[in-house]
Design a protein around this ligand. Structure first.
Ligand SMILES: [Zn+2]
Length: 471
């Protein structure tokens, strides 16, 4: 991949055509018809990190507790992170498929792919031959690498689509099942009883509409209606049930117990509810790294029953379209097994997510630049490390407000709960792969993450040998 000082693609007001079949009486989209351009845009959502969705939604995603978690990172003093760049990595996570997605017919605002190099680069290219995906990583010379460069796309490839091949027409249902087989059976399966109530609407969709669709994808069961029809509120908001948190282990190999992380829970013994938790850097790394996880990886972890909006349907559509030969094997893998962007993996990888290999970047003119690991304070190119600088303890609330531990903060917490000290008990639990998955899912769909994951029965099962005791 060649990078240069100037942009070679225009991020303008692109539009694309979309035909909607709308049930006027019920004010809902029955289905949409499109070419592969719109389907490529939809599928690209699977490659997008959760943190990007939160950022683009202006921290109003309503996605479980993710908005609060994102704000916790924003408000965290950088002294608690390995490098300043760690904060940028979490707030502006990168996608392993970002170069491919530059070929999409429409780019969302504020998603320009930028690589950063040392400002001293031009004076001595050999000494400063590094790139970073974060805007404030440090070069080995000590300077902040804030000089922007941009990838140069190959024009020929830009004409071939991104994920979907060929020139089929596609039918997309309101709940984002994508199919290319437009038979009568399919039309009937959409539940249209009276064809006279169905009206055709032709749209010129732009970036704003696509952004609305992205926001609805994760929180609605009728995202097309909610984003394309006027005067509609998101109707089928997800209601979380305890059983939804229960994890699906389809196709997963059990992880090793040796990486289990200790978390201390503060319990109200009068009702057995978790008041808050205390955890070290390993657990906070896990929690913060959820922001860097691509949407598709979450569906994969949760065995296509994530209960998160309509994203399961979109994910299953990739498998069907791939079986029909409309997406080739490599492109389907980028959607159904999306990796973290290079250098985003944390060492205690409880969920066994994979990281993409760093791309070789060549600066215009020919010098090969090495990708630095922005998490590393030592300017290394090797993967690994974590975001949070330890040893340190954090306090986290039921809705994932995460702050560094302090005694005064603990006292103010206990005062806020207005409980006799005798009613508060500490329990130490060990979080393994199973609990980490529960945590991921609850973070995305629940507003009471600690209590959903660490229910009394669950706590009994995973309580640490060190036991529990009262104040
Ligand atoms: Zn330098």
């Amino acid at each position: 991949m060649v990078i240069a000082d100037t942009l070679n693609i225009e991020v303008a007001d692109e539009k694309f055509g979309l035909t909607l079949m709308v049930d006027k009486e019920k004010n809902r989209v029955v289905f949409a018809e499109s070419d592969k351009d719109f389907v490529d845009i939809l599928l690209s959502f699977l490659t997008m990190p959760i943190g990007t969705v939160i950022r683009l939604a202006g921290k109003q995603s309503k996605l479980g507790c993710m908005d609060t978690l994102y704000e916790s990172v924003e408000n965290l003093d950088v002294q608690y992170l390995q490098t300043e760049a760690c904060k940028s990595m979490l707030l502006r996570p990168r996608s392993a498929s970002e170069i491919e997605c530059m070929k999409l017919p429409l780019q969302l605002k504020d998603t320009q792919v930028t690589y950063y190099i040392c400002p001293n680069w031009s004076s001595s290219p050999e000494t400063h031959k590094f790139t970073s995906t974060a805007s404030n990583a440090r070069c080995r010379c000590g300077k902040v690498m804030d000089k922007e460069t941009f990838p140069i796309l190959d024009d020929e490839k830009g004409k071939e689509g991104v994920f979907v091949k060929g020139n089929e027409r596609f039918m997309i249902s309101d709940d984002l099942r994508v199919t290319s087989a437009s038979t009568m059976t399919l039309i009937k399966s959409l539940g249209i009883r009276d064809m006279t109530a169905v009206e055709e609407i032709n749209l010129n969709a732009g970036a704003d509409m696509v952004l609305d669709l992205l926001k609805c994808l994760l929180v609605s069961k009728t995202p097309m209606s909610d984003s394309f029809l006027s005067k509609r509120e998101t109707t089928d908001a997800i209601k979380v049930k305890q059983r939804d948190i229960a994890r699906s282990q389809m196709g997963r190999v059990a992880g090793s117990d040796k990486n289990k992380i200790r978390v201390k829970l503060l319990i109200n013994t009068s009702n057995d509810k978790v008041l808050y938790a205390e955890a070290g850097e390993d657990f906070i790394d896990l929690l913060f790294s959820f922001l860097t996880f691509p949407v598709g990886s979450v569906v994969k972890f949760l065995g296509t029953c994530s209960s998160i909006g309509c994203v399961d349907n979109l994910y299953k559509s990739v498998i069907d379209l791939s079986a029909d030969g409309l997406i080739n094997y490599n492109d389907a893998a980028k959607l159904i097994n999306p990796k973290l962007a290079p250098h985003f993996l944390c060492e205690n990888n409880l969920l066994q997510i994979e990281e993409a290999t760093p791309r070789n970047l060549t600066y215009e003119g020919g010098t090969i630049l090495l990708a630095l690991n922005p998490k590393s304070p030592d300017g290394i190119t090797k993967s690994g490390g974590g975001f949070v600088k330890g040893p340190v303890t954090f306090i986290l609330t039921d809705d994932l407000d995460v702050k560094p531990f302090s005694y005064t903060r603990t006292i103010s917490f206990i005062k806020k709960f207005n409980l006799p000290l005798g009613d508060i008990q500490e329990q130490v639990v060990n979080v393994g792969e199973e609990e980490a998955l529960d945590f991921l899912k609850a973070s995305l769909i629940s507003k009471m993450v600690l209590n959903d994951v660490f229910s009394p029965r669950k706590r009994k099962k995973i309580r640490s040998q060190t036991g529990s005791f009262c104040f």
